[in-house]
Design a protein around this ligand. Sequence first.
Ligand SMILES: [Cu+2]
Length: 405
Amino acid sequence: MSLLAIVLTILGIVALVQLVRVFELGAKLRGNTQDSVDYNGNKLNGKLWLIFGVLYFAFFVWLVMEYGDKLLPVAASEHGAVIDSLMNFNWVILIIAFAGTHILLFYFASKYYWSPKRRAEFITHNNKLELIWTTLPAIVLAVIIIYGLTAWNNITDEAPEEAVNVEIFSKQFGWTARFAGTDNELGESNYNFITGANPLGVITPETIKSRIEDIKEDIERIEGNLANAPEGGLREKELSKELDNKKRQLQTIRTYSRKNTVEPYRAGDDDKVVTGEIHIPVNKTVNMHFRSQDVIHSAYMPHFRAQMNCVPGTPTRFHFTPTITTKEMRAKTGNEEFDYVLFCNKICGAAHYNMQMTIIVESEEDYESWLAEQNTFTSVETAENRSVNEEIEVEKENNDLATTK
Ligand SMILES: [Cu+2]
């Protein structure tokens, strides 16, 4: 069937070419050549340009009226208003330039169609014109860039001290948030500490201890397997490679317990780890810190006019002040189901569409009581807490001994 289709297509093209040749031959016999330009035909084309121009602008106006409100939703953050006026300012300039150039284009095309009564003027150079069309765009562009840079510098400035610190952690495919707790300080974190129970790799004296224990167990297991593996085989090679990796990881984690005091790692103790839905206070600056476990994601919160890439190995941040609560927004939009949303704006893999998180903006009191209900990071392991400090000290001494040896 496909062969038949190909043959038919080729035959069709050949027939078309022959048909065109017949027409050309016919025209030649009648004494018409393509070179001769017809005055009436040109005049008609000129008029058609004008009609096309009118339809073109009518289509533009229709597009704006039909889809104008499908652009960004209502801005719900302090700097959102700045971004919107910057955007509108650019739109005004664009529309003036677009309308001006296109009106002239259609007007000239319709007016200066070919006529035997006039000759085209031959202009090689015009200083005045060159000056106008170079300086005017230069001034307009300079204004746009200066306006834009100033707005951007203000938005990306340092967050104020009292800002609420929240970490947004991304991985394929979901978000996990961490709130700094009562000390408003996010505990340190490192990927070497990521486990099922500690998905964000937060470093606390407890996680240092349990990680060291886990890895020691792993090493013992691998050493046991290695003893049983046939000598010189592939299995032995793989196991010794795995053993090297584990030993290196242990070394890295031990550097955290070797520091003079483990107190700095107490900041992570009261951190709250939240998934699914986060709450933030209205009219208070939220300083978001972004991390990624695997690939580049992009945290996008269109209502807050906020977007920041989440890059593995490179923490990023963005701060903003929400100005409208979820409740107010529901009343404003008349949509009882309205929710602020955080979603991934980088195609990061098969379930990219699933990377969404609801954000609830509420009064500071509501936010505080919500936060109090969330689980503290260490609450799961509190039973064996406090005595850990001493154990880590012992571990530290052992390490020091091992190093001096
Ligand atoms: Cu993603």
